[in-house]
Structures are given as structure tokens and as C-alpha cells.
Write a protein that binds this ligand. Structure first.
Ligand SMILES: [Zn+2]
Length: 343
């Protein structure tokens, strides 16, 4: 019983990784398989077992060495891992109301012939748990993760403990409303995937580019010849913004820096509630060229400082704003950490 494993389920992939009793990652790298969500939740649970088995094989361990397993998925879900509406999964009705944590626990128990505890977290929370563990192993700080990817993932860790909330709904940070600062003159308040107006996610995420910003911008005559016009698929077009921004395209760069400013404003809202020690910026947003990431981080810090209370914005004693260090692996590792803490 020397290891804790974690499974991170996304809209398309399932990843597995693990940690030892000291909270250090397995020496092998994570394993990633297709989630096969369109084939229904039971199929995805079997894929989780495939991923777990693959990482155990790579690490040279067996189920006898595993003390507990953690699982994370996109939310929203109950604190016990019963899924509600999800933007990634909503087209599959059998996913709604599915108790995914319990299903994985049963599947592992049936496979190995003994009970195996499975814990559950929202994906942003799991990633925050891991990033906070790396930054603050002794649990002395208040750490917030803001991770803009498709939406904005987030999490809050207070003195080493993940803040899950009363119903597992804590730290839906992307749905905090921010001041309306339009990218183009005349642009109205932007609508979020959750249906509300003005959420940070509606301004600073890949979904924001895809659904809100690019459709309005590319209609303008001055951008008629922009390279993005040649990409008809809206999702691919939004994805391409980061590459073009890294290559110096002026519109794409402006868009990235615009989104960075909105993140700084979101950071201010979060700081006003939590007075954090550190805000960690993760997600695909900081996975462009190093030069772009640096420019983006600087813009986030400037925007934060401009709007924050003096104590929060103080360069020496205020809120530190840093980049995340584990990328996509943070989810599975954070889920494993939750399993360790609950065991
Ligand atoms: Zn929202």
C-alpha cells in the first residue's frame, strides 16, 4: 500500500498518474488514453481502468501497492461525483446524473476483489490542489489557481486544504463577473457558456475567442485579409490565435494581451474575497512561446496592480502572480493527492 493514483477525465482524454507516500510523483510519466465519452459513461469508466493499469505497468506496481484512487472530471457535479449538466458531455443524456465516482469505485472493487476508496474533485480544484502542494508543501499559504483553457478552470487551497465548498461547487472562478471593457468600440457585454452575461470566462478563454471575440472582430473590414479568415472551423480558428500571437501577428497579440488584462481583473475580484498569498496562472493560455507567456504574465500583473487594493498590489508584500508548473498533469496528480489526504 505505498501509492495513491489519480485519474483526470477530460472531454476527450483520460489521464492517470500517481504519487508515493511522500507526495512525490511516480517515476514514470503519466498515461493518457481516449475517454470515448460518446460511447457512454460506463465505457469511459473502463477507459479509466485502462489508464490506471497502464501507469501501474509503467511504474512496475500492482493493485496490491495502491492504497486509494482519486478522480477528477469537468463539473458541475455533486461533492460525491454525481455529474450534472456539462458543456463537454451534455449531448450524451446518460451522462446527466451519472455517479461517476461510485461507478469507478465499484469497477475497481469488482476487478481486484477488495474495496478501493475513490475520492472525487472538480478538475480545476484537483489541478489547484497539486499546484498548491508544489508551491506550499507545508500548507502555510492561501493559493488560488486561474487556468484559462476552453473555459477558466480554478481552485482555492487554504493552508494545504482544498476548498470544496458546501456542495462541491467552490471556486467556479471563471463565472465571477468582471468589469466590461470591450475589445472593440461598441462591443456589448459578452455572454458566457453558462448562459449569464459578463463572466470572466466570456472574455478570457478559448471559448471567449471562439464564440464572442473572433466572430465580431473578423466581420470588420480592416480584418478581411487576416490569416484567421482562411480557417473556417471556429474551434480551430480560436486555437490558432495563440500560435499567431507567438509569431507576432498584431491582432492575435492584442487579443492575448486583452485576455490577460481581463484575467488581472478577475484576480482582483478573487483577491478581494480571499486575500491570497499567491495566484497561479495555468491552462493553455500560458503554453505559447516563452516570450508570449512572459508578455502575458506581465500584462496580468499590471492589470491586477492597477485595480487591486494597495496591499494586494504591493510589489514586495502583495499577491504574487506566478505561472503553473505541472501543465495538464496537475489534474491527475492533484486527484491522487486528494486520495492520499482522505485515506
Ligand atoms: Zn459563466
Amino acid at each position: 500500500m505505498r501509492y495513491y493514483l489519480g485519474v483526470d477525465m477530460g472531454g476527450t482524454k483520460v489521464a492517470a498518474h500517481g504519487i508515493d507516500l511522500e507526495g512525490k510523483p511516480l517515476e514514470c510519466d503519466w498515461r493518457v488514453v481516449d475517454a470515448l465519452v460518446s460511447e457512454g459513461p460506463r465505457r469511459t469508466v473502463s477507459q479509466m481502468i485502462v489508464a490506471l493499469q497502464a501507469v501501474m505497468d509503467a511504474a512496475g506496481i500492482g493493485w496490491d501497492d495502491v492504497a486509494a484512487v482519486g478522480l477528477d472530471t469537468p463539473g458541475p457535479a455533486d461533492i460525491d461525483g454525481t455529474l450534472h449538466y456539462s458543456a463537454n458531455l451534455h449531448s450524451q443524456p446518460e451522462w446527466q446524473g451519472f455517479g461517476i465516482r461510485a461507478a469507478l469505485e465499484t469497477a475497481i472493487g469488482d476487478l481486484i476483489g477488495r474495496p478501493m476508496q475513490v475520492t472525487y474533485d472538480n478538475d480545476g480544484n484537483a489541478a489547484a490542489h497539486w499546484e498548491a502542494h508544489l508551491l506550499d508543501p507545508k500548507g502555510e499559504k492561501i493559493v488560488v489557481l486561474l487556468a484559462p483553457g476552453t473555459g477558466i478552470g480554478g481552485g482555492v487551497v487554504v493552508h494545504g486544504d482544498l476548498l470544496r465548498g458546501a456542495r462541491g461547487m467552490a471556486a467556479e472562478l471563471g463565472h465571477i463577473r468582471i468589469p466590461h471593457n470591450p475589445f472593440l468600440k461598441g462591443m456589448g457585454i459578452l455572454q458566457c457558456g453558462c448562459g449569464k452575461l459578463g463572466c470572466a470566462e466570456a472574455y478570457a478563454s478559448k471559448a471567449a475567442l471562439e464564440n464572442n471575440l473572433l466572430p465580431q472582430i473578423l466581420r470588420r473590414p480592416e480584418y478581411a485579409d487576416h490569416p484567421l479568415q482562411s480557417i473556417p472551423d471556429p474551434a480551430k480558428r480560436a486555437y490558432e490565435v495563440r500560435t499567431l500571437a507567438g509569431n507576432g501577428d498584431s491582432l492575435c497579440r492584442k487579443l492575448f494581451l486583452y485576455q490577460a488584462e481581463r484575467l488581472g481583473e478577475l484576480g482582483v475580484q478573487v483577491a478581494n474575497v480571499l486575500d491570497p498569498s499567491v495566484i497561479v496562472i495555468g491552462g493553455g493560455f500560458i503554453e505559447g512561446t516563452p516570450e508570449l507567456t512572459e508578455a502575458v504574465m506581465e500584462r496580468i500583473r499590471d492589470s491586477f496592480k492597477r485595480e487591486a487594493f494597495a496591499k494586494h498590489g504591493d510589489p514586495a508584500l502583495g499577491v504574487e502572480i506566478v505561472t503553473a508548473s505541472s501543465g495538464d498533469r496537475a489534474g491527475a496528480l492533484g486527484a491522487a493527492l486528494s486520495a492520499m489526504k482522505a485515506h
